[in-house]
Unconditional design. Structure first.
Length: 404
């Protein structure tokens, strides 16, 4: 790999010094804990959710960059990076690289940012399908970095099981109903664009195209003039997110309907009560705490069911790593990239199409030995290759090779 010529002193220490930005996404906690376990010198700068005036932001960043002298700055989903480009300008001045790890669709995030190429930036994406499209945007250094698990945080908290959590099969996930409505409100589409968006969302979900924007341009060119009339990047981004979330809603509802004959427990937002209104044979539970509840919850289901968001058609989501880490069995939908992470049939069980769901549920509900074999093999693989210590080690080495 060709080294860059720079006045930046480079990685002065092994391991490097890392400035972690903001805690608005849960994963930063995992990365901070991984730094501590790996003996990585790091500083955590939390901007919180409150608005900060420009002078205060600049003063705080300059002080931190000057005093801590990080080898690079790390953020998740570009959080902590202002949309106007003030931070990237500062990093350019101090010649400090930025690493941004996307664990949601980067194309539903980056379009609202200015001065994306102001400083030296490496993008890491959990979805390999977005590597080339990010390079097409002009980013030179783009790398695939899947999600993982933190077995030190996913630990049980209760000595007595919560009986209401017991279920033959459960699904933990958002209905996407409220999220879809909010994206419609944010995009403010014309009546025609809104009506067409419902059709686009259904077609997008049935297609192999991973990006909603590219799908809209290829398959519905007649809608482009009205889409462009949304004018601002924020409204356009909201409309494409609406298509993605509505597509996810339709897909998840189709999948969940296939498990209703098995007395499922559905955990999530109240939107499920609307989507499944009039349906019988299922129970609802409000959202659970990721750290406090889910490590105890997952083992109380014979099958933990998973149907992935349509924002990622090739990558696996967090639950694929978390459920086996908690010592529980997962039935998930097929994603192309899973075969690079787990051995099919031995370490992971999946369905290729919703039609396959009832048959697989019936098989594994009646095969506890098979379930346990998959649990043991999957957990062993996670511990050996897919913890956030592994991910941080890989990210740091990639940053060193790219910018040293």
């Amino acid at each position: 790999m060709q080294k860059r010529q720079s006045t930046w002193p480079g990685f002065r220490e092994t391991p490097p010094r890392i400035l972690l930005l903001t805690s608005q996404y849960f994963l930063i906690g995992e990365l901070k804990a991984a730094c501590e376990r790996l003996g990585v010198e790091h500083h955590f700068l939390d901007f919180g959710t409150k608005e900060m005036d420009l002078d205060t932001f600049v003063s705080q960043m300059v002080s931190t960059l000057t005093d801590f002298k990080p080898d690079f700055v790390l953020t998740v989903n570009h959080l902590g990076v202002d949309r106007e480009g003030v931070l990237t300008a500062l990093l350019k001045t101090y010649d400090i690289p930025l690493a941004s790890w996307f664990v949601d669709n980067p194309h539903l995030i980056l379009d609202a940012y200015q001065n994306l190429f102001e400083c030296r930036t490496a993008l890491f994406t959990w979805d390999f399908d977005t590597v080339d499209s990010l390079k097409d945007m002009g980013f030179r250094d783009v790398f695939h970095l899947p999600l993982g698990a933190d077995p030190t945080r996913l630990v049980p908290h209760r000595t007595i099981p919560v009986n209401e959590w017991r279920a033959p099969i459960s699904f933990v996930g958002n209905s996407m109903l409220t999220k879809t409505i909010k994206r419609i409100q944010a995009s403010m589409p014309s009546p025609r664009l809104l009506e067409a968006g419902m059709e686009v969302a259904k077609s997008f979900g049935e297609s192999g195209e991973p990006q909603a924007g590219r799908f809209l341009r290829k398959s519905y060119p007649e809608l482009l003039p009205e889409f462009e009339n949304l004018m601002t990047p924020e409204r356009k981004q909201a409309y494409l997110t609406f298509i993605t979330w509505q597509s996810t809603l339709l897909y998840r509802l189709d999948c969940v309907l296939r498990i209703l004959d098995f007395d499922p427990l559905i955990v999530g937002d109240p939107g499920w009560n609307e989507l499944l209104k009039g349906r019988t044979g299922w129970r609802y539970h409000s959202e659970l705490s990721y750290y406090d509840d889910l490590p105890d919850f997952y083992p109380l289901s014979d099958i933990n069911f998973n149907c992935t968001s349509q924002q990622m058609k090739g990558a696996v989501n967090q639950r694929v790593f978390d459920v086996p880490t908690c010592g529980a069995f997962l039935l998930t939908d097929y994603r192309r990239q899973m075969e690079e992470l787990f051995e099919p049939g031995k370490e992971i069980v999946f369905y290729n199409h919703p039609d396959e769901i009832p048959g697989l549920v019936d098989i594994y509900l009646n095969a506890p030995d098979k379930r346990q074999s998959v649990i043991d093999a999957a957990r062993k693989r996670v511990m050996a290759e897919h913890t956030y210590d592994h991910r941080m080690t890989s990210l740091m080495e990639t940053m060193r090779q790219t910018f040293e």
